[in-house]
Write a protein that binds this ligand. Structure first.
Ligand code: UDP
Length: 393
């Protein structure tokens, strides 16, 4: 990415209280870490690895070729596969190779204390096959197709939600006790107080994310809309039918997938980010990124959008496209500086790093109680930090 890499905010580091851990982090196999363009999970993994290494942990990152990190990087596959997101061939190959490395490390007396999986389904389904406890971050929503999977395999790892809404939507039999929000380093995003006129939509071209609804809202508001994001496999038909016909290069612009400083400038200069989602949004990194740039978010109150957007403070929550169009007239009442502050307080990377350190230790301690003989040389000190409450905001 072209974004500048300023030093991370390292506090709070509990020197003397937290023993360094050996952590294996599994990123998905398709897109490098950090992502050159689209890639919310990869952006999260990037920041988290960097923060954990800065806190003294020994981190090994299993990620797509082309990945860079202050953690030790292992790329089991030969190539990245950004055009095959979701391919089970890539995922099972990547995970099986990572598990082999994890087993090998144990045989060599350098066992990992914990495995932190961000990679999809294969690692969770097989999580009881590795000796180290597995922490699995839920990056997707619980939807009809995935619920039986989590009910069958969810108990094999410690499941972490990325928003309270997502945790509360866990189906019966699926235990989610931890909420660790996705991180951002706000200092790496430009604050722009004076905005241009255009409205912005950024994401994958999917019905749930609603670029078609963003077009409708911008048309009703009489404003220019810029759309950015990839058309991923399986989204072509939706894109051709509901988005492409409206792209005229005058009022609706589609600039494809963006990354680096171009993406940051796009966020920073926009009058607002439109987030007309129609699903239980698990998190929505684009909202936090826009807010970091001082750009308000106008969102449907679905899932985490209703947690990230504080109505009237850093954006406006609206019920439908018509309300979204009307909300554009009220953007002047939202202060860009407060937008940015609303992110620093709640999503700084130090919060995620501290949260995951707690989760790791609890997972390790639980594993030691279950299997005392499996304990690695690194006996963790239990550091109890307050869990985020699982109550609706
Ligand atoms: N993104 C990007 N370039 C694009 C479109 C998206 O870099 O053209 C990034 C965006 O900045 C965000 C991520 O991809 O970091 C999307 O994450 P989000 O949580 O918003 O959506 P999801 O993971 O559900 O697709």
């Amino acid at each position: 990415m072209g974004a500048s890499r300023l030093p991370l905010r390292l506090l709070p580091v509990h020197i003397g209280r937290i023993d360094p851990l050996r952590i294996a982090v599994l990123a998905p196999p398709w897109i490098p870490v950090p992502p050159p363009g689209y890639g919310g999970i990869e952006a999260v993994v990037d920041l988290l690895c960097e923060a954990l290494v800065a806190r003294g942990h020994e981190v090994t990152l299993f990620a797509a070729p082309g990945s860079r990190s202050t953690a030790r990087v292992i790329s089991p596959l030969k190539d990245a596969h950004p055009d095959e997101i979701g391919s089970s061939l890539c995922e099972s190959d990547h995970v099986a190779c990572a598990f082999e490395e994890i087993d090998l490390a144990a045989e060599r007396g350098r066992a990992f204390d914990v495995v932190h999986d961000h990679s999809g389904f294969a690692a969770l389904a097989m999580a009881d096959r590795v000796a180290a406890p597995v922490v699995h971050t839920l990056h997707g929503a619980f939807v009809e197709g995935t619920v039986p999977f989590y009910q069958r395999h969810g108990h094999k790892a410690r499941l972490v939600a990325i928003s309270r809404s997502q945790a509360l939507s866990a189906p019966p039999g699926v235990r989610v006790v931890d909420v660790v929000p996705n991180p951002i380093v706000v200092d790496r995003w430009p604050l722009r107080v004076k905005k241009q006129d255009y409205l912005l939509w950024v994401g994958r071209m999917d019905l749930v994310k609603g670029p078609d609804r963003a077009i409708e809202a911008a048309r009703l508001a009489g404003r220019t809309l810029v759309l950015a994001g990839p058309v991923q496999p399986g989204q072509e038909q939706y894109y051709r039918a509901l988005v492409e016909p409206h792209i005229d290069g005058r009022t609706v612009h589609y600039i494809g997938e963006v990354g680096g400083t171009a993406k940051q400038e796009l966020f920073a200069n926009a009058a607002a980010l439109l987030m007309p989602v129609r699903w239980r949004e698990p998190f929505g990194m684009v909202m936090v990124e826009a807010l970091a740039c001082g750009t308000p978010v106008i969102a449907f109150p679905e899932g985490a959008a209703a947690e990230i957007v504080i109505d009237g403070e850093n954006g406006i929550l609206v019920a439908d496209v018509t309300e979204m169009a009307h909300a554009v007239e009220r953007l002047g009442s939202i202060d860009p500086e407060r937008c940015r502050a609303s992110v620093v307080d709640r999503y700084d990377v130090s919060i995620a790093a501290t949260g995951y350190e707690r989760v790791y230790r609890e997972a390790i301690n639980a594993e030691r109680k279950r299997h005392p003989s499996r304990a690695t040389g690194n006996v963790p000190v239990s550091v109890r930090l307050p869990a985020l409450p699982l109550t609706a905001s």
